[in-house]
Design a protein around this ligand. Structure first.
Ligand SMILES: [Zn+2]
Length: 303
């Protein structure tokens, strides 16, 4: 399995006390490097994404605005929750570049799985705006690249972050070649998704307090049959671990074994229609201990 990251992703810093902190990458890297599966993982550095890839899923004006406003010093704000320091543009370009690199390696060669350990996260970034700690929509760029450059016909994105993947829905709402399965606490930030009625967007709103048992039942009812019928040629995870019971930002009650479980279930579908190909991209997860343990369970299931 491939583990793709870059030191630039730890230099993006939105200020002391911001939950989306550089320590998140460190927590996952340490857990993975200390694991028994360490010898089955190849560690790679993420390239910088090109503007052409960014323009595929974002409006040109928005991309150009981010490049032009990237600060040489201090911090500028893109959204109430999202800001840029002098390293943020490169971090955001590495985060998206990791996913493009993963698609090239996983789809075109025999490396069947990859985890992109990157920040800033991406699934809240819409076509024309940064939002919720996200600057560019990393996973959407990867899915678009798999379709247009590698000629795939169907890509599925399973988003188990505790927040709705509104950015990914915004980008692919008119593109049935991408199925999005997004589970999320509702009502909760960003308060979208519960009313969507599209065949290729499968949203699963869950009340605060939902535990692993209820979560697994809901995934078995809503996600797994839809994914199976879609016959994806590549499955991607928007892997946010903030539905963990120890997460300080949200109120679902999953634990690391639930992440292992959903990963294994989705792999069974990937083995049927996608030659086992899975690419996972880090989104949220803000309790460092829970994040390390949950990401490790997810990676153990993928390895
Ligand atoms: Zn989240």
């Amino acid at each position: 399995m491939l583990f793709i990251s870059h030191p630039d992703c730890e230099l993006h810093d939105m200020g002391t006390g911001h939950p989306e902190s550089p320590l998140r990458i460190d927590a996952i890297s340490k857990a993975v490097k200390a694991s028994a599966n360490n010898d089955k993982i190849t560690f790679l550095e993420a390239p910088l994404v090109s503007k052409d890839h960014l323009y595929r899923v974002h409006d040109k004006d928005y991309v150009d605005m981010v490049f032009e406003n990237a600060p040489d010093e201090g911090i500028i704000r893109l959204d109430p929750d999202t800001s840029m320091n002098p390293h943020s543009l490169n971090a955001a370009r590495r985060a998206a570049g990791a996913v493009i690199h993963a698609v090239d390696l996983v789809v075109a060669t025999s490396s069947e799985r990859a985890f992109c350990c990157v920040r800033p996260p991406g699934h809240h970034a819409e076509r024309d705006r940064a939002m919720g700690f996200c600057i560019f929509n990393n996973i959407a760029m990867g899915a678009a690249h798999a379709l247009s450059t590698h000629g795939l016909s169907r890509v599925a994105i399973v988003d188990f972050d505790v927040h709705h993947g509104n950015g990914t829905e915004d980008i692919f709402q008119d593109n049935p070649a991408v199925m999005l399965c997004s589970s999320f606490q509702h009502p909760f930030y960003p308060n979208s998704g519960a009313a969507t009625e599209l065949e290729h967007i499968i949203n699963l709103p869950l009340p605060a307090g939902t535990d692993g048992h209820a979560y697994r039942n809901a995934v078995e009812m809503k996600f797994l049959p839809a994914l199976d019928a879609f016959k994806p040629e590549l499955i991607m995870f928007s892997a946010g671990f903030d539905a963990h019971k120890d997460d300080p930002l949200a109120g679902l009650m999953l634990d690391e074994e639930d992440y292992r479980w959903i990963t294994e279930k989705v792999i069974q579908i990937a083995d049927k229609s996608a030659d086992g190909r899975i690419i996972s991209v880090l989104e949220g997860g803000y309790d460092l201990d829970a994040l390390g343990k949950s990401a490790l369970a997810h990676l153990e299931a993928m390895t």
